[in-house]
Design a protein around this ligand. Structure first.
Ligand SMILES: Nc1ncnc2c1ncn2[C@@H]1O[C@H](COP(=O)(O)OP(=O)(O)OP(=O)(O)O)[C@@H](O)[C@H]1O
Ligand SMILES: [Mg+2]
Length: 337
């Protein structure tokens, strides 16, 4: 190892060059890891992160959006982030992009988004407003003379209520600068499995992605790796899909690498395929998914034929530093971490 690369695994059925290496800089051109459930995606991701940490202990900030809460037991060194202790502030009045994100994750209508924007513009508030204050401002809105506005007001209140009450508010009551939550060059495992409601989990994760993107564009997140586990769960709303797609194409020059992990290539867009320089394809059985992979990667029939029969931890890998797709047994984690 060394020389700015990590070992990914061993080539299968090939005597020369048994060790397959991954130069660090290609991590920043993004990786897509796909495969059926149980095919080894999470362990492969953990293997990459552990290798990176081992080779460069304090160099990278790694943020893992851990959908099922699996990484704690797979990573050597990490900081576990309980989302309820890491509240984010959805309402960032410095930009209006949060309205766009809410528009998508909550399925707002145009009039609802418009009214939100107007409330923010009119209210003249300094920098501190959170989702609950915003809720109060909507409640205080005078709608006496306009029936349509009254309807919009109550619809908005209904949509925002799940984010404002009970335990959920603890996720969105943040006032701190978001970056302070992830300020060190270490691995942060954001344990999303602690959030029971899938919809809320999705909203929380989407806003983290949004913030990483916003901060990266302001160029304050160099040497960051963001792992998006079970990405297909997030892609169900178009806002995350759009942010992730834009992120992949724009963020590279800002020193942020994204690892997209998904069991469903059919749920990912062509842009995501295009904008990830490396692909790690574990076993896929579904013919629809196989078709998508073979179409977007232009793989030989022969290698496509192997994909359904790969064992857990084996993968077809395309890396920019190798000319051809490779059959790789990904390195496994030690029994004891
Ligand atoms: N590199 C490997 N070497 C040996 N065995 C492996 C390897 N990777 C995975 N496995 C085996 O496969 C099992 C499933 O792996 P993993 O949880 O990573 O799959 P997954 O694709 O993330 O599944 P899911 O879609 O359910 O999240 C592991 O518990 C392990 O037994
Ligand atoms: Mg997994």
């Amino acid at each position: 190892m060394g020389n700015n690369e990590i070992v990914l695994g061993k080539a299968l059925g090939c005597k020369q060059e048994p060790l397959i290496v991954m130069p660090i800089d290609i991590l920043f051109r993004h990786i897509l890891i796909v495969g059926a459930t149980g095919s080894g995606k999470t362990r492969t991701t953990a293997f990459i992160i552990n290798s990176l940490q081992h080779a460069y202990p304090h160099k990278y900030r790694i943020i893992i959006l851990d959908w099922h809460g699996e990484y704690r037991s797979l990573l050597k060194k990490h900081v576990c982030v309980d989302p309820y202790n890491a509240p984010i502030n959805i309402v960032d009045i410095k930009t209006l992009s949060w309205i766009e994100t809410l528009y998508d994750v909550l399925g707002l209508t145009d009039p609802q988004a418009y009214v939100l924007q107007k409330i923010i513009e009119k209210s003249n508030i300094a920098s501190s407003i959170d989702i609950r204050k915003l809720y109060r401002l909507i409640e205080e809105m005078d709608t006496e003379n306009a029936k349509w506005l009254r309807e919009v007001k109550y619809a908005l209140l209904r949509r925002l209520a799940p984010l404002v009450y009970g335990d959920n508010y603890r996720l969105f009551a943040g006032t701190k600068d978001f970056l302070k939550l992830f300020k060190n060059r270490t691995t942060y495992v954001v344990d999303l499995s602690m959030i029971r409601e899938t919809r809320i989990k999705r909203i929380y994760a989407t806003f983290i992605i949004r913030y990483v993107f916003d901060y990266a564009l302001r160029s304050s997140m160099h040497d960051t790796i963001l792992v998006i586990e079970e990405a297909h769960n997030l892609m169900k709303n178009s806002s995350s899909l759009e942010i992730i797609t834009r992120m992949l194409s724009e963020i590279r020059k800002f020193g942020v690498g994204v690892i997209v992990v998904s069991q469903s290539p059919s749920g990912l867009s062509d842009d995501i395929m295009k904008n990830t320089a490396s692909k790690i394809i574990h076993s896929i059985k579904s013919s629809v998914d196989l078709e998508i992979i073979s179409r977007s990667l232009v793989l030989d029939r022969e290698i496509i034929g192997v994909i359904p029969y790969l064992e857990p931890g084996e993968a077809v890998v395309t890396l920019p530093n190798y000319k051809k797709p490779l059959l790789v047994k990904i390195g496994d984690l030690p029994e004891k971490l």
